[in-house]
Design a binder for this molecule. Sequence first.
Ligand SMILES: [Fe+2]
Length: 316
Amino acid sequence: MALPFSIEPLEGRLDFGAKVVGLKQEHLASDEVRKALVDLWIDKGVILFRGGESSRQMQVELSRVFGSPQEFPFKESRSEEMPELVNIKYSPEDGTAYEVNGEAIGGWIPWHTDMVYFSKLNRGGILRPHTLPQHGRGETGFADQISAYDRLPIALKERIENLHVVYTADLNYAHARFAGDVKIKWLQGAKSWTRIMNRIYQYPRVIHPMVYTQAETGRKVLNVSPGFADGIFEMGGPTGDALLAEVISYCVDSDKTYFHDWKMDDMVLWDNWRTLHCAAGTDPGDTRLMERTTIHGDYALGRDLDGNIDLPRFDA
Ligand SMILES: [Fe+2]
């Protein structure tokens, strides 16, 4: 059957990403449509939905095609109206801001995998704008970790094959050790950010393998998140840190990344098991509110490293 929407490349120069134009909620009732969307997602990693139906309900229903929407573990970030949605919000009165290379930026987030500081990695998410900044910016960056693995020299592939990276739920990105060649200074924290940060020592550190294989295709994924990374589990100290920094330099090569310039009613889905994303942030006087679903999953390769299981983990 012919699909009731069109599929285009996200950007011709990229080895990942697709654009789906004209998808409506009624189309999701079709098994063929759902299978085509899942196959496209597995193949391309990131899908922009544009020129179809867009609403919070559509965002949640579309997420169900790829898995079960779950409530985000940090209750402070959940939308009050729809618990399946996470608020990603910056406003001058209630927002987290950093000075990045000497420039104040609101809502800046380095390259990362969502929830990589937990042992269970969510399968993906769909992001949709609620309020876009008045003065431009506010883009979301995406990077593909299958092509990043392919770019690694063979000797580097061999060195990291059986290694793991340690991650910590420290949301203060001024502490990020592997966020790249940027100088980060913390300026202010949102109320929700401050409450979550109060609990960070209650969460165990976790480890994830540096390489894993995408089950559906057999392709290898460079499973490394620059944000939240502490170091290499098997190789603490400068040698491991240098190795991790070298590997990460292959992930976020600017020729290979995509920065999405949001229009209202866009929705972007990503595969959190094979892509990185980041937030470019906004002018500190501006306001931006995005809403994201969290599509449940567990690739079963993450491990809690330490921590007391009797302590409250999420909702204390
Ligand atoms: Fe994220």
